[in-house]
Design a protein around this ligand. Structure first.
Ligand code: VGL
Ligand code: ZN
Length: 190
C-alpha cells in the first residue's frame, strides 16, 4: 500500500470563533498531529475564496449551501489552525478560488489527482472539516478516481445543519465504499 494522509480545510474560519465555525472543529488537531509521523505523503487543502465568492450570502442560509463570508484568501480566517503540524514534503492544495463556482472537493479544479497518481499513491486517509461538505466530497471523488479510501471518523467534524447531515454523510460515504475507522486504528491498517 502507498498511503497518503489528506487533511481537509483545518482553517481558523471552520474552528470555534471562526466565520463558519464547526462545533469542536479544533478538537481534531491533536488527532491529526499524531498521525503526521506515520505518513510520507501528506496533503493539506485549504478553502481559498475570493472576496466575491458565489457561496457568500447575507444572511446565509447554511441549509442551502449559502455561507457567511469565510476563508477569504490571505486573511487570518483562511490560515490553517495555528497548532496544526506540517512536514517539509507537504502538498498544499487551494480550492474554491473561482468566484463563480463552489468547490467542496480537494480534487475539484485542482491538480491533486495528478499529484497523487504521480507519487504512486493508491490509498488515502481522509481527515478534516467539514465532514458533511468538503470531507465527504473529497472522499467520494477519491473513490471515483480509483483510490482506496478511509475516513477517519473521529478526526473529522461537520456543520450538521440541519442536525443529522453528518450521520447521513458518513452513511453515504460508507455505502459508496469508503472504509470508516478511527484515527487510533490507522496503524493497524498501514
Ligand atoms: C466547507 C462550507 C463552505 C468545507 C467549505 O470545508 O467543508 N464548507 N466552504
Ligand atoms: Zn467555502
Amino acid at each position: 500500500m502507498k498511503p497518503a494522509l489528506l487533511v481537509i480545510d483545518v482553517q481558523n474560519d471552520f474552528c470555534p470563533g471562526g466565520a463558519l465555525a464547526v462545533k469542536d472543529g479544533d478538537k481534531i488537531v491533536p488527532l491529526i498531529n499524531k498521525l503526521i509521523p506515520l505518513f510520507e505523503t501528506i496533503v493539506y487543502s485549504r478553502d481559498w475564496h475570493p472576496q466575491n465568492h458565489i457561496s457568500f450570502a447575507n444572511p446565509p442560509q447554511f441549509t442551502d449551501q449559502s455561507w457567511p463570508v469565510h476563508c477569504v484568501a490571505n486573511t487570518r480566517g483562511a490560515d490553517f489552525h495555528p497548532d496544526l503540524l506540517f512536514t517539509l514534503n507537504s502538498v498544499l492544495i487551494e480550492k474554491g478560488t473561482n468566484p463563480n463556482e463552489d468547490a467542496y472537493s480537494a480534487f475539484q479544479g485542482t491538480s491533486l489527482s495528478q499529484i497523487l497518481h504521480k507519487l504512486g499513491v493508491d490509498t488515502v486517509f481522509t481527515t478534516g472539516l467539514a465532514t458533511d461538505y468538503c470531507v465527504k466530497a473529497t472522499a467520494l471523488d477519491a473513490l471515483a478516481d480509483g483510490f482506496q479510501v478511509y475516513l477517519l471518523q473521529d478526526a473529522c467534524k461537520g456543520v450538521d445543519n440541519p442536525s443529522g447531515t453528518v450521520v447521513n454523510a458518513i452513511n453515504e460515504m460508507s455505502h459508496a465504499g469508503v472504509k470508516i475507522i478511527n484515527a487510533g486504528e490507522v496503524e493497524t491498517v498501514l
